[in-house]
Write a protein that binds this ligand. Structure first.
Ligand code: ZN
Length: 425
């Protein structure tokens, strides 16, 4: 559950994934994906008024997020204010804050969390900041993100805001989704092969994020998945075509919390199948997809746990494990790392951030809130290198950064001298 307040330590004129409170004074908004904890205030009257009264204020998101958002009628009024940004194509966005125009280069990266989910990279006068939103990416992904690099070297990231949902030692390892999918396929195969009255019920929680499972199950069993919310996917034909709202056409049901298949649906089921099966003969296998259960009660190798003859828990995560997050952070090597999520009761942002810094070998400085603190952090990096503990690339990034500043100062000096030869600089 995201606890990010909406504002970063720089670029304070924009807000990400929060649309209420002091975020209402922002001049641009960014939505990383369509999960409710990232949409706080988005449907509120105050935010609608803000947009109505400031027609240069836009809400930026990916194409798929826009489609999913507008599939819900309560967000249709946002349509004129939405700007779609492409994935992995840096765009210069002009943000109007009163009479000031900020030019910020923004790059979106796929976050692998749910359809349309992205990370945002901000580059401009306020430094370079990366906001991951929620993400699930395999190890090594950061090395392949072209726009986190300049040529062969990494960009210097001043602030990283990272998904810390599973940044707890218990969640160091979460099986990859392919492994979980294979377990699910085996469970479904064994159950539905017993007869047409055998139905697998998948117990789900989040609004989006299971589409990959729906598509894989459809391809494996050549049967549509019953989902009462199939209408949400009208604008995503690849997903819509594998779903049905008719339970009589499926032996695999995707059901959300507290969702029950209505009584009349059962009678339909009886009437339209070849063999007439009384309700009481329907045999359900319940499969609950969860992650937290596995971080507390299971051994690292466990992917599925049998609760009873007809009930299983299956490990499935939209969020990266602790080791996957560390792999990402280690590669990015930000000057300052910030947690977006407090992963468990009794934790604080600072304790999670300290854990990340320790595990990722980041220098142990406090959060950077000002330009002076940023300078200090850079100096710490430099002294870190001198002590022989740092990786060589950090040294070269600092040298390149200093060279750029030097060349820029020389250019300014030559310009001034050529314009005003009498000036003593
Ligand atoms: Zn999410």
């Amino acid at each position: 559950m995201s606890c990010f307040g909406g504002k970063m330590h720089s670029y304070k004129f924009l807000s990400i994934d929060r649309f209420d409170g002091n975020n209402l004074d922002s001049s641009a908004y960014f939505l990383s994906h369509c999960h409710t904890d990232h949409m706080v205030g988005l449907d509120k009257h105050e935010f609608a008024s803000k947009l109505k009264n400031h027609n240069l204020v836009k809400v930026y998101m990916s194409e798929v997020t826009k489609i999913l958002l507008l599939s819900d009628p309560k967000y249709l009024h946002l349509k004129p204010h939405i700007c779609v940004l492409p994935i992995e194509q840096p765009k210069i966005v002009k943000i109007f804050e009163g009479k000031t125009i900020h030019e910020v280069t923004i790059t979106l990266f796929s976050a692998g969390h749910c359809p349309g989910s992205v990370m945002f990279l901000f580059e401009g006068n306020d430094g370079t900041c990366l906001y991951t939103g929620d993400f699930r990416l395999p190890k090594g992904s950061a090395t392949r993100m072209k726009h986190l690099h300049s040529g062969s070297s990494k960009k210097l990231i001043h602030h990283l805001y990272v998904d810390t949902t599973f940044c707890i030692p218990d969640a160091n390892f979460i099986p990859e989704r392919e492994i979980c999918l294979q377990k699910l396929i085996n469970l479904v195969k064994n159950w539905i092969s017993k007869g047409k009255n055998h139905i697998v019920r998948l117990n789900l929680s989040a609004k989006y994020g299971y589409e990959y499972l729906y598509q894989a199950l459809y391809e494996t069993f050549n049967t549509k998945i019953y989902c009462a919310r199939a209408g949400n996917y009208k604008c995503l034909p690849d997903v819509a075509e594998v779903l049905t709202t008719d339970p009589t056409h499926s032996q695999i049901y995707a059901c959300f919390k507290k969702e029950r298949v209505k009584e009349k649906d059962w009678s339909q089921w009886e009437a339209t199948n070849d063999e007439i099966v009384p309700n009481k003969q329907l045999k359900f296998l319940s499969v609950t997809l969860s992650t937290l259960y596995f971080t507390h009660a299971a051994l690292p190798k466990d992917v599925q746990i049998r609760i009873s003859e007809t009930s299983f828990r299956l490990c499935f995560s939209f969020h990266s494990s602790l080791s996957e997050v560390c792999d990402f952070v280690r590669h990015v090597q930000p000057l300052s790392v910030h947690a977006n999520v407090i992963p468990r009761v009794g934790e604080s942002f600072s304790s999670v951030e300290q854990r990340l810094r320790n595990l990722c070998g980041l220098k142990n400085h406090e959060k950077i809130n000002s330009a002076d603190e940023m300078k200090e952090a850079l100096m710490m990096r430099f002294s870190f290198h001198q002590s022989g503990d740092s990786k060589p690339d950090i040294f070269w990034r600092l040298i390149c950064s200093s060279l750029k500043s030097f060349i820029s100062s020389c250019a300014t000096m030559f310009y001034v001298l050529s314009k005003f030869p009498e000036t003593h600089v």
